[in-house]
Every structure is written in C-alpha cells, then in structure tokens.
Design a protein. Sequence first.
Length: 154
Amino acid sequence: MSNFWQDLRLALRGMWKQPGFTAIAVITLALGIGSNTAIFSVINALILNASNFVEPEHVVALWRTSKDKPQKNSVSYIDVQDLRAQSRSFESIAAYKMNGFTLVQQDQAERVQGMRVTANFLSTLKVHPMLGRDFQVEEEKTNSNDVVILSHQF
C-alpha cells in the first residue's frame, strides 16, 4: 500500500509540473467517455433493448465485417439499395448510421449525437411520429433538403 501512495504522489507532482499536458489528457478522456456514452445510449435504446419494438422477434440487425478485422462496420447506402432489390426474406430493409450534428441556436453552437437514417427506418420498426410526419423517399436523394425528426427527450 505504501508503494501506491508513493506512486500517487509522484503522479500528482508530474501533473502539477505539466498543467498543459494534464488538461489535454483530461479533456481527451472526457470527450472519449462522453461520446461513447452517447453512442451506447442510442444503440442500447434502439437495438439492444428490443422490447421497444412492436414485433422484436421480427427485427434483425446486419453489419459488414471483413476477414482481416472482425469488427462491425456499417453497410453503404448502395449496398442497402442492392439488399432491398435482391431480398426475398425480409419484409423491409432500413439503414442507420450514428452521426454527430452541430445545433446552432442564436450565437451558441452545441454538438449533439444523432443518426442518419433511410426514409423507411421508422416504418420498418413500426414506429410513428407523435407530431408531424415520417421521412419521405425523395428526402434520401443527394440534393434534397435536410429533414429532421426530434425525439421527445431532445
């Protein structure tokens, strides 16, 4: 235990001597933890907590992985279009991608976490907006106007 206290004192002295490095390290850790928490919250609410879906037994998630790196990667929009055209097993195929957005209010800007989704995302999950309307297919096109659906919590 005495080694622990000596190590702690040495670490605190080093942090005190280099406040710039300490500040950068703390900010980097805070941003990393904050962004991971935000991303996990959205994924947990939409994917892991399947009880939020009307028919959770009918919802599946697809990812792309490579042989070299066995990690989950998002599927491109072109691949989603191909899957839709060739699929005979799925009732509907929708796509989403986690994305950060900048919300500007008066003179303040704030970074918020959100998702880019295909127009049929909510209808695939059998979810309907409480107010307003759902996305339309024309809004998926490249030169269309940006459209946003806000959650009640937001």
